[in-house]
Design a binder for this molecule. Structure first.
Ligand SMILES: Nc1ncnc2c1ncn2[C@@H]1O[C@H](COP(=O)(O)OP(=O)(O)OP(=O)(O)O)[C@@H](O)[C@H]1O
Ligand SMILES: [Mg+2]
Length: 259
């Protein structure tokens, strides 16, 4: 059974119909990619899944639960985390603090306990810190835990975002163009990290333009073109699908030509 699914999903902004009848089945414990030309509607799918936008038509369910009308923070609690197309970190905060921000909704001590630094608060803080350090070690940034985020290279900032998303203890991780702007070494590192995450049992749902990255990493791929799913399957099937090749070549965008 899939972890996340959409049925007949549609979205329009005023007169602009951005998504039409989108049916997706995103499996758990696997890496699933949504690809497609610029403006196809990919990020809009993430915004609908995470509750930032409401569908104009259709439904989305996560582990069998309908997400209609559920607020973004509650969707996070259900187990869906995301990173954004543009990096969103707190540059003046340490790496550890950046990750711990992702955990705030999990700590269940009261305001009073925090105010008086009661043992329950200190214990929760200690556990939260320990977990944040562990997540930083997963992306090999634990040695920089106490430096501020503005000292990181671009690739490291992406990895820190990744750790922060994991800090919400999700089951499914949504990554919007995780390797955009990275050099090939940084891409190879992140590919390995994403594989490790899948192998730890997480579901990964990513949007990406880098076809080599997608074809080498993903278990399943869906292709969105002008708001419609035109193909879904294993990377090999997608690579050889004439409609997919046409969708990319038709735009004349050489950066996106399939390898
Ligand atoms: N909040 C919004 N209000 C109005 N129009 C929007 C909004 N969000 C997205 N759009 C429009 O919807 C279309 C799809 O945008 P979306 O960001 O989902 O594309 P994308 O596939 O992620 O593109 P890219 O690869 O460039 O990131 C675009 O025409 C965009 O301008
Ligand atoms: Mg986008």
């Amino acid at each position: 059974m899939s972890m996340l699914s959409s049925r007949g999903l549609g979205k329009h902004f005023g007169g602009l119909q951005v998504l039409h009848d989108v049916n997706l089945e995103v499996p758990g414990g696997a890496i699933f990619a949504l690809i497609g030309p610029n403006g196809a509607g990919k990020t809009t799918v993430f915004n609908l899944v995470t509750g930032l936008l409401r569908p104009s038509a259709g439904a989305i369910s996560f582990e069998g639960q309908d997400l209609a009308g559920i607020a973004p923070h509650r969707i996070t609690r259900l187990g869906i985390a995301r990173t954004f197309q543009n990096i969103r970190l707190f540059p003046d905060m340490t790496l550890l603090q950046n990750v711990m921000v992702g955990r705030h909704h999990l700590t269940n001590y009261s305001g009073i306990a925090a105010l008086f630094a009661l043992p329950s608060f200190r214990e929760a803080e200690r556990r939260s810190r320990e977990r944040a350090l562990e997540l930083l070690s997963w992306v090999k940034l634990d040695h920089k835990a106490e430096s501020t985020a503005d000292n990181l290279s671009y690739g490291e900032q992406r990895k820190l975002e990744f750790a922060r998303a994991l800090a919400t203890e999700p089951k499914l991780l949504l990554l919007d163009e995780p390797v955009a702007g990275m050099n090939s070494t940084e891409k190879a590192v992140l590919m390995e990290e994403i594989r490790n995450i899948r192998d730890r049992g997480y579901g990964v749902f990513l949007i990406e333009h880098d076809m080599r990255f997608v074809m080498n990493l993903c278990d399943r791929v869906a292709v969105l073109n002008f708001g419609r799913i035109i193909a879904e399957g294993a990377p090999e099937e997608i690579r050889n699908n004439p409609e997919v090749i046409e969708a990319y070549l038709g735009r004349g965008d050489e950066a996106e030509v399939l390898p």
